[in-house]
Design a protein around this ligand. Sequence first.
Ligand code: NAP
Length: 308
Amino acid sequence: MSQSLYDVVIIGGGPAGLTAGLYTSRAQLRTLLVERMIMGGQVMTTTKVENYPGFPGGIDGPDLMVRFQEHCQEFGLEIEYGEVESLSDRGREKVLTVDGKEVRARTVIITTGAEPRKLGVPGETELTGRGVSYCATCDGAFFREVPVAIAGGGDTAAEEALFLTRFASKVYVIHRRNELRATKILQERLFAHDKIEILWNTTVVRAEGNASGLQAVELKDTVSGEKRCLDLQGLFVAIGVTPKAHFIAEVLDLDEDGYILTDAECRTSMPGVFAAGDVRKKILKQIATAVGDGAVAAIMAEKYLEGL
Ligand code: NAP
């Protein structure tokens, strides 16, 4: 990380950030991409990506993201690991604090994505890592030949439930309504699988366990209000995501759920600062739309630099 002035600093190394980095480094803008932990973002926890064009038969999420990164590095994208703590506007220059050090940039593209939402029930935090998990791809293999459950009814829950059938003896899908939100093709795969049972109109109200891990979950029927216990060693939570935009909440306009507000060209409320991918308020959150956003934000950053 250099003390000199970058043309573009990209925060976050998922599909949106890497696409923005590909465009800006190919345009020979001096670009730094700062990633907090692992390159690739949420796709790293996806076993098989079937709806990103160009890969008939699907591709493993991590394999796809390795290709994204290699492609950017062909054009000399500089990548550093660190946590961006703040962003301030000094007119023609933006200043970021990364692990306590100042980094200066003419433009900034925020692509920090989103993280799993928590159920917020008693026992959840205490048992996280000891039976409660937010990533079936990461932790599924620990639950061989035992029953597990997944809370949620969207695409993530459906994909993760199908993945868990490789290991678990039974997979319960706990959904608060009587209809899934997941796309039809995934719903059909769930309904057809003999290891999967859907618990309709049901929510988790408590996770129970001891020092050795999760033992059961307490469930509530959302129609009758009745409660019951289900013995389980693994509870996977897939109830949607929440944007990672806390660090700029004071300086950029966000919506009521914390997503960064932008115009159609990915401009935020701070001139010279753009947002792309899942951290931005938009209708469809997919790899394909993150890639589209990353390209738009990069081109808009380039235009902004031309105007300076
Ligand atoms: P999502 O689509 O927002 O679904 C969240 C699910 O969790 C919904 O079924 C919701 O129930 C339920 N839920 C939310 N809060 C809850 C709570 N407090 N208690 C119990 N249940 C709760 O989230 P997602 O599945 O993570 O997907 C996020 C985005 O990524 C979506 O746009 C999705 O299409 C996309 N995605 C796409 C793919 C793919 O294309 N292959 C894969 C994964 C994700 P309700 O239905 O009642 O609201």
